[in-house]
Design a protein around this ligand. Sequence first.
Ligand code: DOR
Ligand code: ZN
Length: 343
Amino acid sequence: MDELTIRTPDDLHVHLRDDVMLPETVPATARCFARATVMPNLVPPVTTADLATAYKQRILAAVPAGQNFDPLMTLYLTMQTSVADVEAAKVAGIRAIKLYPAGATTNSDAGVSSLEPLYPIFEAMSKAGILLLIHGEVTEYEVDVFDREKEFIERYLRDICKSFPDLKIVLEHITTKDAAEFVGSGPENIAASITPQHLLLNRNDLLAGTLKPHNFCLPILKRNIHQLALREAVASGSTKFFLGTDSAPHARHRKEAACGCAGCYSAWSAIELYAQVFDDLNCLDKLEAFASENGADFYGLARNEGTITLRKESWTIPEEVTLADSTPIVPFFAGQDLRWKLA
Ligand code: DOR
Ligand code: ZN
């Protein structure tokens, strides 16, 4: 097969950032995704409907002329989030609220420190039909960083799913066999997004021989048995798994630093990276459902009307992209060749 046309996909997990980043990140995502779930971990975080509405206007101002792109806005859950905030979010058309355990990742300091007190909020979200998106990692120092996702499932997620059977929950950017099994065989109200980096790489690509800061993301890359489980999950065709890139740009100097930031900027090659994985797995016929149907269906959105075409054509991901203020960013897979290209 040399050409593949699929329904226009959605990226249901992306970090567009703000200000000078937007003219870079918005066109990169809008080049092939009709919609994207926009993460709220700005500084300060997007905690209210008013902040999300203003942020949405800044994003729309960066959409290239003539292109359609619908940013799906989210709120950042804190210990101060109220039922009134949830109701205001519903009125403002906000689809989802993101749960970051405090300290789990980039700009998560304002995240949640305890889950039980938030159960009334989950109840209100369930009633309002607002999805709960979860960064599923515990943050206790004594828990090994490679076990933090599995521990979150055991300690918290099972109970949340059971307690709120009508609340739609997305376990974001899953990285383990444990998460793939939990979601794949779990209740109907849970699904998961999967990134290109967790399908393409394992912890050797981060740690073996030399440290590769541009492959550092959170949750951290795991050992290869977990990578293989994620590949099996997408190849299975289960409707519970869908595309969410977690494309997350950081300036080069913040990645190549003593305390390097977590995040892979994959937007410029996202759909192509997924196509390569599905091709390697001999299941290109499953790409359309993963990229363009499963997520929309789970969110309760209409599937997109248009199509995109991918061609089998070798190209090289640039070594660097530069923001308008000259800040360099190293894209994910920089300098590497890909076999599929968006037409
Ligand atoms: O690698 C990551 N980067 N994981 C996250 O959860 C956040 C993201 C970011 O905002 O940079
Ligand atoms: Zn993210």
